[in-house]
Write a protein that binds this ligand. Sequence first.
Ligand code: RFL
Ligand code: PHB
Length: 388
Amino acid sequence: MRTQVAIVGAGPSGLLLGALLHRHGIDNVIVEQRSGDYVLSRIRAGVLEQVMVDLMDEAGVGARMHREGLPHDGFEMAFDHDRLRIDLHGLTGKRVMVYGQTEVTRDLMDHRAQAGLQTVYEADGVRLEGWEGTRPAVVFQHGGREQRLEADFIAGCDGFHGVCRRTPPPDAVHTFEKVYPFGWLGLLADTPPVHHELIYGSSGRGFTLASMRSHTRSRYYLQCRLDEKVEDWSDEAFWAELRRRLPADAAEHLVTGPSLEKSIAPLRSFVAEPMRFGRLFLAGDAAHIVPPTGAKGLNLAAGDVGLLARALAEHYAGSDEGLDGYSARALKRVWKAERFSWWFTMLMHQFPENGGFGLRVQRAEFDFLCQSRAAQQALAENYVGLPL
Ligand code: RFL
Ligand code: PHB
């Protein structure tokens, strides 16, 4: 097999890159280790920045998102009994779109099938060859035999646990990491959301987030210990704990029901530098992870592939400036999102090990946000997303 760009991973990074390249007339094949159904069953992000919305439009896959997505002009913060609304639109002139990663993935998969673009699902033992030279290839087992996909370039879109970042020699990859001492327990349910906007809450019992997928589907998260197991949490226990952590007036409106999905995700900040090794380019979670508090992971992934698609189009038009500048340009944006996600995580979660001093600093930061339009504006500017 031969293509122009071999993409490893059919998550949102790989699928969006494939759609953008197709728009530029660049042939691509995706190699994914899981099945399509498995990829669609992962419940993850819910908030899209304008940059991501624009890229979905540019790829020609934005129609359902505009029909069914929920534009949000702001969100609420709750700190113990106090509330603050961040007026995203009033502070920045921009808004965000609530539309699940599952739906983004479904739209991109449908588009790929309609466009006749090839995706190899359930590829085993994926490995890269020749990425240092001019003839890179992705080699894998499929249908009981070894297959070789030759390409001009390889895009490593295979997430945090993928093979692409681990392919170059370890001393060529510099990693920076912070692991947080807790996780998020998430629950999805077909119940109306507790509030028409998202609520990020800090209570003495831990962080909570009230989010949604639609007017009839809610997504909630609770800060939990890393040693807790999903099986330890019945639906009843989840709802009872959520009710305790939500602000009282919101808790009054909580509608409960059977969970469609429950899962625990650890929180991590991670960056690998650089994002280019010869003809291998990393994008999305393969290169960086943020804690979900800032809703940045999927949006950063989209930003990377937006830059990469443009750079590859320029390459085929005769200029390598974009490809040469890709890593430095992407990393500048990544580090700003890392800073914001870390800051928002540190503000809103319980860190018992930081003692009373830590708690009072968090409270002072929230009080400052309440009184300072400049501080709110800085938060809003980061939340709606920085320009590409
Ligand atoms: P993905 O989605 O992990 O996809 C990688 C794909 O690569 C495949 N793969 C391989 N394929 C071939 N060979 C191998 N060796 C392979 N190894 C792996 C995998 O099967 C998979 O299909 O990475 P991608 O595409 O870079 O996308 C990143 C996003 O998924 C991620 O950043 C977001 O979900 C993060 N995130 C959020 N981001 C937002 O922007 N807004 C949010 O509101 C938001 N909320 C969240 C989140 C992530 C969460 N979890 C579970 C970590 C909420 C949660 C709870
Ligand atoms: C979600 O709806 O899954 C979600 C929303 C906002 C976040 C993280 C996750 O910051």
